[in-house]
Structures are given as C-alpha cells and as structure tokens.
Design a protein around this ligand. Structure first.
Ligand code: SF4
Ligand code: FES
Length: 361
C-alpha cells in the first residue's frame, strides 16, 4: 500500500467494560477487562491529549457503561480542553440530570442513549435488568432538560423488531433528533446468541419497508439511520470505513485497536498505550498496518472493483467465521466461505428464545 496514511477522525474511548446491563447482543468480547485493569484517569488524560495531537476530532466515551467511572466528568473536561468534540454513549441507567449538568459544564456535546425495546417488559428482559426501561425514559428527559442533543440507539433483532414502529414513536416523544436503528452485528456476546437473535428474511423486509416509509413521514422531525444485518447482505459493509483509515479504539485496559472486535483476531499483536504514543501506533504498528489499503488482499478481493469501496468487508468477521482475518468477509456472496452465512440464516428459522446474558468471568 503506497498511499498516504491520513490521521484518524474519531477515537472510541472504551473507558470500562463494567455495565449494569447484560444485553445478549453486546459486541464486547466474551473476556471482559476487569475493573482492576482499567486505565486510571491520568493515563486516559494522556490518551486524549495524544489523540488530539494526532488529529482526532471526536471522542466517543463508551464501554460497558462509561458512567460507572467517577472520573468521567474530568475526562470529558480534558477532551474539551484538547479541542475534541465529545459524545457520551450510555445505557442511561446510572445518574440523571445532576450528572448530565456536570458533563455539559465540562464540555459534553451530545448523548447517544440505548434502548432495548419500546416497553418495560421487553426492554428489561433484553437488558437483563429490572426497571432499566423506566430509568432510560427518565434519563432521556433529563438529557433534553439539560439542553443536550439526543440520539436514541436501538439494536433490533428477532425478539424485538416487531416493536420497531413504537420505538420510532418513542424517539419522537422523547424529542430525540436522531434514531439509529441497527440490526445486531455478530461479534462477542452477540455471536454467542446468534441463534436467538438473527431475524427471518420476512422480519427484515418488514423492518426495512417500515423505515423507508417512516423516514419520509418524519422528514424534518427525526433523522433515521438504519444498519441492515450483514447476514442478509450480498456485499459486506465497509467495516470501520477500512482498517486503520478513520477510527481507533482504546480498550479499558489501554489496548489500541482499529475496531472494537480486533482483539479477537488471535494472531494480531495488539499494542498498548503504555508501549508508545498513539501517533506511533497509528502510523507504524503492525496491528494498524496489517490490513490497511488493499495490498494484503487475496482473491476474490484483490481483483474486485469494490476493493476500495468495502475494503474486503470486516476482518474480525472473516476471522470469527472463516478462521482467517485475511480472507474476504464471508458475508460477500463472492467469498469461498459464503456457505457459512447461508447455514446461519437457516438457524434463524429455529425458535430459540433463550439468551446467554453477558457476564463477567
Ligand atoms: Fe468486497 Fe472482496 Fe466481496 Fe469484492 S470480493 S465485494 S472487495 S468482499
Ligand atoms: Fe473489526 Fe470489522 S469489527 S474489522
């Protein structure tokens, strides 16, 4: 790959894997970082300073649940001091208006709040936490009371997609500007629960049709982003807009990776913020350079006219499903491994409802 490496646009700061929710579609790894391994505040401050110096424009504070960290306001303040736009990605089950006021004063610019369903029964069951839905509704109102812009994030799957219309109406009622409707992406806990989550083709088509008509109806009121499930696509998504092109993640323990699932690639040597600066890691590490550009690609990607559109799809999915991160994403119908996806789609016809809930240890 000879083309120039651009600086990253955004940093996903996964400040903790701790979370009061236990969502079965969580894309965090099965082996979660323990609280005792989390980077302390001073090291996160250094990460934020280095990110800004590297050219990062936005930081997304995420987890787990970032609000379990008592130093979150200080980290938002540090991001703001460095000139970074900060977004909080939260389950909204810890804290409320008082905390949000502190975050806004520290420089927080936007809140992205997850919902598991449109009702308490469904939402609490999927989250694995009693009263989660009720707390989220209160939190959404607090976000608007503080004057921060709100995006709702709903992950849809076989067991909640029937309530999609109500979820969109809920977003309007809560004065969200935007709703991100994302079908489950099958990594980490979600892959372990795939048999209970993958929608049928009929469910997918109904959801897609609903989004199209509702988008038109709510133009100017609510922006609807929609992510379709990989498993029903013909060509893969351009995962992370290409490996090492625009994004970097720092995990709770300080590992620096091109995407949230990269640590699952068994032979990837993953650098740490303790090994060198973010700039060194971004430009020079083996981990970030391994799948940059197109030079690493085997056939069919190497000679495909979409190789600089989808960048061969998702490296982590290729590893998780085909056992080799350098193969074409099996989602692609041109991939020699595509039968893995076809078999998984058959599973969606089974009626498993039991979740393996996310847990520590
Ligand atoms: Fe993308 Fe590779 Fe499939 Fe072409 S063959 S569409 S580059 S995954
Ligand atoms: Fe890692 Fe797609 S999630 S490259």
């Amino acid at each position: 790959m000879a083309s120039r490496i651009e600086p990253p646009l955004a940093l996903l700061a996964e400040v903790t894997h701790r979370c009061p929710l236990r969502c079965p579609y969580c894309s965090n790894p099965i082996e979660l970082d323990r609280a005792s391994h989390e980077l302390p505040e001073q090291e996160w401050r250094r990460v934020l300073t280095q990110a800004a110096a590297l050219g990062v424009l936005q930081v997304h504070f995420s987890g787990g649940e970032p609000m379990v960290r008592r130093d979150l306001a200080a980290l938002i303040g540090e991001a703001s001091r460095c000139g970074l736009y900060s977004n909080l990605i939260t389950s909204g089950t810890l804290g409320g208006e008082r905390e949000l006021q502190t975050f806004a004063a520290a420089g927080l610019k936007h809140v992205q709040l997850s919902f598991q369903d449109s009702t308490s029964n469904g939402g609490d069951r999927i989250a694995g936490l009693p009263r989660a839905h009720e707390k989220k509704i209160a939190f959404a109102k607090a976000v608007r009371a503080v004057g921060l812009p709100l995006t709702l994030n709903v992950v849809v799957h076989r067991q909640n997609v029937a309530g999609l219309a109500e979820m969109i109406e809920m977003a309007v009622a809560l004065q969200a500007r935007r709703i991100e409707i994302a079908h489950v992406q099958y990594y980490g806990w979600a892959l372990a629960n795939r048999g209970a989550l993958l929608p049928t083709r009929e469910q997918l088509d109904a959801a897609t049709g609903l989004v199209e008509t509702t988008r038109e109806r709510l133009k100017g009121v609510l922006t609807i982003d929609y992510v379709v499930p990989d498993y029903y696509a013909v060509r893969p998504k351009s995962c992370m807009n290409g490996w090492g092109r625009q994004f970097l993640n720092v995990t709770p323990a300080g590992k620096v990776v091109p995407c949230h699932a990269a640590q699952t690639i068994a032979d990837l040597v993953v650098p740490s913020v303790r090994d060198g600066s973010l700039a060194d890691i971004w430009y020079h590490s083996e981990a970030f350079n391994r799948f940059r550009g197109t030079g690493w690609m085997p056939e069919p990607c190497r000679s495909c006219d979409r190789r600089e559109i989808d960048w061969g799809g998702c490296r982590c999915q290729a590893f998780l499903l085909a056992g080799d991160a350098s193969r074409a994403d099996p989602v692609c119908s041109l991939s020699p491994d595509h039968s893995i996806i076809e078999t998984a789609r058959q599973e969606a016809q089974s009626l498993s409802h039991a979740f393996a809930y996310r847990h520590y240890g």
